[in-house]
Design a binder for this molecule. Structure first.
Ligand SMILES: C[S@@+](CC[C@H](N)C(=O)[O-])C[C@H]1O[C@@H](n2cnc3c(N)ncnc32)[C@H](O)[C@@H]1O
Length: 471
């Protein structure tokens, strides 16, 4: 812990309630301090911490009453100690500081323990107890209900990731728990599905069971459809099977995947799974976005590993964070050392340029045309290198033409990337094309006014999208 005494402006110091352990400011105490200041009494410097996300500002760790007195006395600058807390929780640190001069009340102590645990569920009762001056047992009783909920949520996450076939070392890393803890939790897994299954057998619907037990719907589907064949699963999910190589769906199925830029319908993923994989196969989605692939795999009884640069540990713990950086070697890829290898890769990259603004800054969507193509070549070669022999690749993409403000006749072919260009790269990197399936995007996203304007300017839009299957 580093301490620096510096002089800073009183107006740059804030009382952040989220790290303040007391329920109220004691105005009588401030009045006494104000008197002391008028008598030229010198206080110890107050303790502050750099305010996270607010450059040049500080928040109080210790000395809220002195700070208020300084403000009332009209002082513009004061001496403070700027603390660097590293891994110490600021709320608990503030609570420790508060114990000395004026004890926290019982309700303040209890609330501080609960707030600290809610912010960081990895804190132990003894750690919290030490900071607030209470025994481990007392803290246990303050936070018993919170801990029970957290354990239930943790169990659910473990169950979810385990169902998807993610290896134990990666589950432990993703959830930030020791392997031994994971092992203990895994032992409970068979019992976890008992109550949802019992409700399903009583005739409760999938959404009802999901809501009652706090399960994501796709996990309930995975239980409800257990042991059923693919055709029955389609039927129960209310999806018609497309028999021909034209897979057109009007809407995304909101039961699977999040609302996400470039979201594809679960029905599209389900058809790839139906025709090109078996139950319990391992699917790999290297750019998973809103998680529709993993969700659909649960419903279709496949395992699934997902990666994305966008990290959402709470909402989507099953999507492991990874940034495919064009300049890197990718030897740190989470799946690289796994004994298990995927049977099918479903690759839905962002289209070149199209949604660059909607994805994170480092997305391949923002690369230049040359670099986007260079990326794909390196990517396809790499996927080949890390795959098993009979792997299949489903590559989803569309023609990219800059049609939006340009009559068809005037488009610059040098700027376009057509589906045949992708095929050239795939061929060059050793992938053999076996099927091309049309899976058009909906044209409903263009309203009548836009369509009329396009027609007037002789603009030829793009709604075709393809799924290329390769071996
Ligand atoms: C078209 S979206 C996938 C959508 C997904 N199939 C769905 O339906 O929700 C492409 C994803 O690629 C991710 N992405 C783009 N560039 C990436 C990179 N260099 N490394 C990792 N992920 C990347 C984006 O964050 C985005 O979520």
């Amino acid at each position: 812990m580093k301490n620096d005494v510096v002089k800073i402006r009183v107006s740059d110091i804030y009382l952040d309630e989220s790290i303040y352990p007391r329920e109220n400011i004691d105005h009588k105490r401030i009045a006494v301090f104000l008197e002391n200041l008028r008598d030229n009494f010198k206080f110890d410097p107050i303790k502050v911490q750099a305010y996270p996300g607010k450059k040049g500002k500080y928040r109080i760790l210790d000395g809220a009453h002195r700070w208020s007195a300084y403000k009332k006395a009209g002082q513009t600058e004061i001496y403070v100690i700027v603390k660097t807390l590293n891994k110490i929780d600021p709320l608990l640190y503030a609570a420790t500081m508060a114990i000395g001069p004026k004890q926290l009340t019982e309700s303040e102590t209890k609330n501080t323990a609960r707030r600290a645990f809610q912010k960081n569920t990895k804190l132990t009762s003894s750690e919290i107890g030490k900071a607030i001056g209470r025994s481990r047992q007392a803290v246990d009783s303050y936070i018993a209900d919170l801990r029970a909920t957290t354990l239930l949520e943790l169990d659910l996450k473990i169950f979810h990731l385990n169902l998807l076939g993610i290896p134990q070392d990666r589950i432990a890393k993703r959830l930030g728990i020791p392997r031994k803890t994971l092992f203990n939790h895994l032992a409970k897994m068979p019992g976890l599905a008992k109550w949802p299954n019992s409700d399903l057998s009583k005739g409760f619907t999938i959404p009802q069971v999901a809501q009652k037990h706090g399960w994501p719907e796709p996990m309930v589907w995975s239980q409800a459809l257990k042991g059923k064949d693919d055709q029955t699963r389609f039927k129960e999910l209310n999806w018609g099977i497309r028999t021909w190589d034209l897979w057109n769906f009007i809407d995304c199925d909101n039961r699977f995947g999040d609302d996400w830029p470039g979201r594809i319908p679960a029905q599209l993923i389900a058809h790839i799974l139906y025709f090109f994989s078996e139950q319990n196969d391992l699917v790999f989605d290297p750019m998973a976005g809103g998680g529709v692939c993993a969700d659909t795999c649960l419903a279709m009884g496949r395992r699934c590993w997902s990666l994305d640069m966008d990290d959402r540990p709470e909402a989507r713990p099953e999507i492991e964070p990874y940034h495919w950086d064009l300049e890197a070697k990718w030897d740190d890829l989470p799946i690289i050392n796994s004994k298990d290898k995927p049977d099918l890769i479903i690759c839905d990259p962002p289209y070149f340029n199209k949604k660059a603004k909607e994805y994170a800054e480092q997305s391949i969507s923002g690369l230049s045309r040359t670099n986007y193509l260079k990326f794909l070549e390196k990517f396809f070669l790499f996927l080949k290198k890390i795959s098993r022999k009979n792997i299949k690749l489903a590559f989803i993409n569309a023609d990219w033409r800059d049609f939006q403000n340009c009559p068809a006749n005037k488009e610059d072919p040098e700027q376009a990337i057509l589906i045949v260009d992708y095929h050239e790269i795939l061929k060059k990197t050793g992938w053999v094309l076996t099927h091309v399936i049309q899976a058009p995007m909906s044209s409903q996203r263009f309203n009548a006014g836009v369509v009329a304007a396009m027609q007037k300017k002789k603009i030829l839009g793009v709604t075709s999208r393809y799924v290329m299957i390769l071996k």
